[in-house]
Ligand binder design. Structure first.
Ligand SMILES: Cc1ncc(COP(=O)(O)O)c(C=O)c1O
Length: 385
């Protein structure tokens, strides 16, 4: 149950137990609080889990995306192709380095990831990279983006915030591009409150992001404390994007639980699909194929005659929390102000999706009774809203 017990079925609930509590207690007893042995062990375990050569722990996925964009040397005058159907951090990472995000439409309301054909059509002589996002934990078509990237000499980056453990044709998301950033934010599949991880197979990128996450310094406080070195130099302009030992200890427990938690999500997802799939008033994204997904979200798309506000209100009245993923980034006030006066961005499918999508509760410890309550409430609400 969530903290204030307001919801009968919250959108998300943690799967924490004594394991997380004792992991944190043992960090406190160990008296070393940041970027030390727990962080190094978490990186090693995460890189093995993903099957990527390098993993670098950071303070958030947003920090990870920023470091990746910077590691590619992107900046003013460069264009990066991005989705608008995403959380704002995907796009902001490009803005942080002074490059220009170029919004591209999604493939369809049932496939709300970047459309590879539209990606290719958006390439200009200034395009340097494509940033894809694996919406809801469903792996986006990496092979198609890869072939566009190769044809035009572009780098491919992944916002894998939703997708730890997702696989395409047996290969893990996070091992198929120049670099990927995962989120361990409070409501993600692997939750530590705040936190993130960069994965890459490229040693140069790994070294750059590792250095930049801690002020561009040549050694860490832990290395000096443990006597490996006494001094440091600063080699580049970096940031404080370090992970704490408490976060890393939580992350290690959560990583061990992740395969089972993702399986529980998959079972709930397929029950939802079975029981809501026939409703003519809704469409369910990724119904043709959701294999390889880690089911971070369960989105539905209401038909145009249904009022989304009334629908969500009906569910809220029965204690069922819902959300919207996402309001389109190109329609946010700040991002609209960045455009030249009179310049329009045409993303009809993204706008359609953004206006009709509702996210239903989905989390590993969700009970049959909770799923039942959501299904019943959706069935009635589509007739009344
Ligand atoms: C798609 C996507 N990208 C990036 C982020 C940012 O993650 P973090 O909060 O770890 O910075 C999120 C988190 O909500 C997200 O959903």
């Amino acid at each position: 149950m969530n903290q204030d017990n307001r919801w009968v079925v919250p959108l998300f609930d943690l799967n924490y137990d004594e394991e997380e509590i004792s992991a944190v207690a043992s960090v406190l007893r160990g008296r070393w609080l940041t970027c030390g042995e727990q962080t190094a062990a978490f990186e090693k375990e995460f890189s093995t889990f993903i099957g990527a050569k390098h993993a670098v722990a950071v303070s958030s996925c947003t920090a990870g995306l920023h470091l990746l964009v910077q590691a590619l040397g992107l900046g003013s005058g460069d264009e990066v192709i991005v989705p608008s159907m995403t959380f704002v951090a995907t796009v902001n990472a490009v803005l942080y380095v002074g490059a220009k995000p170029v919004f591209v439409d999604i493939a369809g309301v049932k496939e709300p990831h970047l459309d590879p054909k539209s990606v290719e059509a958006a390439v200009t002589p200034r395009t340097r990279a494509i940033m894809v996002m694996h919406y809801g934990g469903h792996p986006a078509p990496m092979a198609e983006y890869k072939s566009v990237a190769e044809r035009h000499g572009l780098a491919l980056l992944e916002d894998a915030a939703h997708a730890p453990g997702a696989r395409v044709k047996g290969e893990a998301i996070g091992s198929l591009s120049a670099g990927a950033a995962f989120s361990f934010y409070a409501n993600k599949n692997l939750s530590t409150g705040e936190g993130g991880m960069i994965t890459t197979n490229d040693a140069v990128i790994a070294d750059l992001v590792r250095s930049s996450r801690s002020h561009g310094m040549t050694s860490t406080s832990w290395e000096r404390h443990s006597g490996r070195t006494a001094d440091y130099d600063v080699e580049r302009l970096g940031y404080n994007y370090r992970m704490t030992e408490i976060t890393a200890a939580l992350g290690r427990v959560q990583l061990r639980k992740l395969p089972q938690a993702n399986q529980a999500r998959a079972r709930l997802d397929s029950q939802y699909r079975e029981r809501l799939g026939e409703l003519p008033q809704i469409e369910i994204p990724y119904s043709a194929d959701s294999s390889g997904s880690v089911h971070h979200l369960f989105p539905i798309v209401l038909s145009s005659g249904i009022s989304r506000d009334r629908f969500r209100e009906r569910l809220a009245q029965q204690g069922i929390q819902t959300s919207i993923h996402y309001r389109a980034v190109h329609q946010m006030s700040y991002h609209k102000r960045l455009r030249k006066a009179g310049k329009r961005v045409a993303l009809p499918i993204t706008e359609e999706y953004a206006s009709r999508e509702v996210t239903l509760p989905l989390f590993p410890s969700m009970t049959e009774a909770q799923l039942d309550a959501v299904v019943q409430a959706v069935r009635t609400a589509v007739l009344e809203a």
